[in-house]
Ligand binder design. Structure first.
Ligand code: BG6
Length: 294
């Protein structure tokens, strides 16, 4: 179907009533709603749904470069390209049933090959599980015929919707090392308890566990991020000053979002021709009472 500005999007609907929307522009998930129709992802009211600007919110894909760590545009070009739908996607393994999914594909354009001279195929599978869980699986294959390997960094740049950032805690990153994007990516060690927010935060946590939780006290909701093959986790909130400097982000919107991004940054990934890299992130949103003791 058609989304904002006539851009193509795919809507997934689970039988329990949960939904997800994926724009072909960017291979970008822009909505994930639970069975009560509550939106779980943040998208800015000022988001620009028009190439070449990436959509502010949802789940942008950072590939083949995270941030400005390398020669390409910030966060790479995958989030600014129009992906195609694979109308005949490979099936799920036979032991999984009841899944609603779509496969999108990205291959480099001729212009991309000028700035990043590597041929690849990126298959993104977006799946809604029976309990309304949202899964994103990425398979990236080196399809170079010149025998050359390529190297990249990656992130699922997920914007979670939260009721009040001052009341939010992130659990699972305590005592870990992180690189501070606000201070030349210098390395620090996280002290103490869960992470809370009272000013701008922009950090790359290293060697993180496969499960991270975002506790939203006011909403009485916990997001659980489970990830596979993605050792790093970026935590980002722009806070008031940075928010004002972003044209596609409302001045007060930082209060209602938090990015926690499953990523591979510190140790870039290298693929030889014919090799494939497969990673995934699975998101669930549960009432907080179910999570006590975690
Ligand atoms: C985060 C980075 O992942 O993305 C931040 O750590 C950056 O430094 C943010 O500001 C948003 O990036 P962009 O390119 O979407 O404005």
């Amino acid at each position: 179907t058609k989304g904002i500005n006539g851009l193509d999007k795919v809507v997934l609907r689970e039988i329990n009533g949960s939904t997800a929307e994926v724009y072909l522009y960017g291979g970008h998930v822009t909505s994930w709603k639970n069975e009560h129709g509550e939106e779980l992802l943040f998208v800015s009211n000022k988001a620009i749904f028009k190439p070449p600007k990436a959509i502010r919110g949802g789940i942008p894909l950072c590939f083949p470069q995270f941030s400005n760590i390398g020669p390409l545009e910030a966060h790479g070009f995958a989030r600014n390209r129009v992906w195609t739908i694979d109308l005949d996607p490979p099936p799920f393994p036979s032991n999984t049933t009841n899944r609603v999914y779509v496969d999108l594909l990205l291959k480099p354009t001729e212009d991309d090959l000028k700035s990043w001279p590597h041929s690849f195929e990126y298959r993104l599978r977006v799946t809604l599980g029976p309990a309304g869980d949202l899964m994103l699986t990425s398979r990236i294959r080196n399809t170079n015929t010149d025998g050359k390997p390529f190297t990249f960094t990656f992130a699922y740049h997920t914007y979670f919707s939260v009721s009040d950032i001052s009341e939010v805690r992130v659990e699972g990153l305590e005592t870990l090392d992180y690189l501070d994007n606000m201070n030349n990516r210098e390395r620090y060690t996280e002290q103490g308890d869960a992470i809370t927010f009272e000013s701008e935060v922009d950090r790359i946590y290293l060697s993180t566990p496969t499960k991270i939780a975002i506790l939203d006290h006011e909403k009485k909701r916990t997001f659980v991020i489970r990830k596979d093959g993605l050792p790093d986790a970026v935590v980002w909130n722009p806070w008031d000053k940075k928010a004002k400097s972003m044209a596609d982000f409302g001045d007060e919107e930082y209060k209602h979002m938090l990015c926690v991004e499953a990523a591979a940054i510190e140790k870039p990934i290298t693929l030889k021709p014919g090799e494939e890299w497969k990673v995934r992130q699975e998101l669930s949103a549960v009432p907080s009472s179910y999570c006590s003791g975690q």
